[in-house]
Design a protein around this ligand. Structure first.
Ligand code: CMC
Length: 390
């Protein structure tokens, strides 16, 4: 009809207004609620960043304590929920379990359907932020055939997640502070990234007034794809394929011949630098040193690959720099987190972004159901043909 703007992939369409996150792709800058990501990564932590993203301001000491206490109170999941896992095969992909189990939360909290009530929305946000690490760790433990670990509320948000992942019931377990800090940074850096595919999915699903837990499950489904949340997984697979430092040059030649891409390099929005990558790079070196892995063949290979690519004209001319996922994959792997859990960690981190956007949208009195139009290019009007005449 010519009445609509045709914009497949939404390259030139702003679907909403938002006060949460600002990206300047040309300058390589990322801000949460006006604060540069570098300052948050250095001085804040993930839980405080959650507060900031949801409420718009950094918490006072009292607000922070109250927030931590409330989130902590919600870390357990209903015992019936833990039984969902038994229905999955042991080798089910953890993202498949995440989609199902997080969606199932909607059956446990009927009050969350009263989305017009700000108090109910707040409790929903607390529940989600609190329970996602518990469910994520359960997915891992189920895959491993290990019993679930209950949350430990004396630990920080991120230390508790590491505890639920790796603690054994038989021995005392104290997560290493450097590793906790590294994982906390990964979570902070992935907490929000404005209208990416999964966040837009959560907004669209939520725009109909659907149950928020079901909307987050939709976001998890969208994140699962290799073009979105799966890139750090791809980096590790690539390192395995290269196998040995002696193969790097040949591998780079293949990239230059356009036979495949160098995973973890380049970005759609950041054309000069991904600000999250610079932070993650420092953290990556810190973690490898702390764990004494500088000489581990896989990590030496990664660092050599990074160096050679950064010196190579192909990458320099195209302004291709490592993105956050190049380093986050290496860090997660060094932390002992299996590759199949990488996207789950991304989902854990992004939950606060998703739910902040959902809350911002629902709070807007002008909010409408999301309903894109299309350009129809199918068959012209025609008459039904009986089966024996086809
Ligand atoms: N390796 C080799 N060449 C590349 C790469 C790469 N990783 N990325 C881009 N190029 C080349 C591309 O072939 C093109 O070359 P030419 O001008 O000769 O045709 C040029 O660089 C411009 O690239 P583009 O395809 O126009 O860039 P894009 O904005 O469409 O793609 C991207 C961005 C992230 C999809 C792409 O860089 C890529 O596939 N990277 C590898 C996968 C990856 O690491 N993805 C994670 C993104 S960060 C996570 C997130 O924030 O979601």
């Amino acid at each position: 009809t010519g009445m609509f703007t045709f914009d497949p992939g939404f390259l030139a369409t702003a679907s909403c207004e938002s006060k949460i996150t600002f990206i300047d792709g040309d300058l390589g800058q990322l801000y949460y609620r006006g604060y540069p990501i570098e300052q948050l990564a250095e001085n804040s932590d993930y839980l405080e960043t959650c507060y900031l993203l949801i409420f718009g301001e950094l918490p006072t000491q009292a607000q922070r304590a109250e927030f931590q206490k409330t989130v902590t109170r919600h870390t357990m999941v209903h015992d019936q929920l833990s039984r969902f896992f038994n229905g999955f095969r042991r080798d089910a992909h953890p993202m498949a379990m995440m989609v199902g189990v997080v969606g199932a939360l909607s059956a446990f909290y009927q009050d969350s359907l009263d989305i017009g009530n700000p108090e109910h929305r707040r409790v929903t946000m607390y529940r989600l932020i609190a329970k996602i690490p518990t469910i994520a760790a359960m997915c891992y433990r189920y895959n491993q055939g290990l019993p679930f670990n209950f949350p430990r509320n004396d630990l920080s948000y991120t230390a508790n997640f590491i505890h639920m992942m790796f603690a054994t019931p038989c021995e005392p377990y104290e997560p290493n502070a450097v590793l906790v800090r590294a994982l906390d940074r990964i979570l902070t850096l992935h907490a929000d990234h404005e209208q990416n595919a999964s966040t837009s999915t959560v907004r669209l699903a939520g725009s109909s007034g659907a149950n928020p837990f079901a909307c987050i499950a939709a976001g998890i489904a969208c994140l699962w794809g290799p073009a979105h949340g799966g890139a750090n997984e791809a980096v590790l697979k690539m390192l395995d394929e290269i196998g040995d430092e002696s193969n790097i040059e040949e591998f780079i030649d293949g990239v230059k011949d356009k036979r495949y891409k160098l995973m973890g390099f380049g970005h759609r929005v950041y054309k000069n630098m991904d600000p999250r990558a610079a932070i993650m790079r420092a953290t990556c070196y810190e973690v490898l040193t702390e764990l004494g892995l500088e000489n581990d063949p896989k990590f030496k290979l990664a660092m050599k690959l990074e160096k050679l690519a950064l010196e190579d004209n192909y990458f320099i001319e195209r302004k291709l720099y490592p993105n956050v996922d190049f380093y986050s994959g290496i860090v997660l792997s060094a932390l002992g987190i299996p590759v199949s859990m990488f996207t789950v960690i991304f989902a854990l981190a992004r939950t606060v972004g998703w739910i902040s956007h959902w809350n911002e949208m629902i709070s807007d009195p002008q909010q409408k159901i999301g309903r894109p139009r299309q350009l129809y290019n199918g068959a012209e009007r025609r008459d039904y043909v009986p089966e024996d005449k086809r």
